[in-house]
Design a protein around this ligand. Sequence first.
Ligand SMILES: Nc1ncnc2c1ncn2[C@@H]1O[C@H](COP(=O)(O)OP(=O)(O)OP(=O)(O)OP(=O)(O)OC[C@H]2O[C@@H](n3cnc4c(N)ncnc43)[C@H](O)[C@@H]2O)[C@@H](O)[C@H]1O
Length: 268
Amino acid sequence: MSTYAIGDLQGCHVEFVALLERLAFDPRHDRLWLAGDLVNRGPGSLACLREVEALGEAARVVLGNHDLHLLAVARGGVQAKRKDTLAAILEAPDREALLDWLQSRPLLVRDGDTLMSHAGMPPQWELDQAERLAGEVESALGSERSGAFLRGMYGNEPACWRDDLDGIDRLRVIVNTLTRMRFIDARGCLDFAAKEGAGSAPPGFAPWFQYPRDDDPRLLFGHWAALQGTTPGSRVRAEALDTGCIWGGALTALDLETGERVSVPGRH
Ligand SMILES: Nc1ncnc2c1ncn2[C@@H]1O[C@H](COP(=O)(O)OP(=O)(O)OP(=O)(O)OP(=O)(O)OC[C@H]2O[C@@H](n3cnc4c(N)ncnc43)[C@H](O)[C@@H]2O)[C@@H](O)[C@H]1O
């Protein structure tokens, strides 16, 4: 049995199938961790959703910002964006079952000292606290007020976490931290403008993994394609999984036991 972690699929279905073949992945024995952003930007978003959902217990998936955006468009009354490639999902006969499945995915998964979220783990959050906060968003997604949550989650403010935040502001900071974070300042406040490599930090900001923690978890994350699977200057055990399949890079699987990486080239 092997366990592999894979970064953002973003509709790279052909590459996903090719990668599973390269790994000789067998869902009866092997396990997959997927770091979110299964959909959008790429051409095979519907096929990716179906493929991963069909893996059942063999796949553990966290939600990314593009997955949340799909849910907001489908179920929150939010306008699709010009570059979205979500139409095939929205028109699919099995749309409701796929969306129900997606909406019930977590923002964080944990196995011992290994954690995965789409964007990473800010140094100011202890692991138990991060699980609790992710659970608050998961509860909102599973509640009758999920449509209002999906409409209200958009935006960049507040940019800084505070324990006394409540309501939609609190949920928005949790979503933004776990699904959109790249650069933060020493207080843990988020920057949303910079998207290039680790060296492109705005003044006063640095990649979240360059801040030390008191504990030493293994932190798996996707989201940040420009890192090309690296974590330069990291002061924590962070492993970047998004190698930019949709941006002319590759789709990569990390074997969680051996640390070996296997990639297939992106076709875009
Ligand atoms: N609470 C919330 N508030 C607001 N929006 C929310 C939200 N929750 C969900 N959303 C949604 O989030 C979605 C994305 O918003 P965007 O604002 O478009 O997201 P992004 O930061 O570009 O993130 P993405 O996930 O696409 O990142 P990636 O590294 O692949 O790509 C980033 C950049 O990296 C560049 N890049 C890729 N590979 C590179 C490389 N090797 N070198 C240099 N640059 C590279 C690409 O060109 C690209 O410009 C929208 O649909 C939005 O609606």
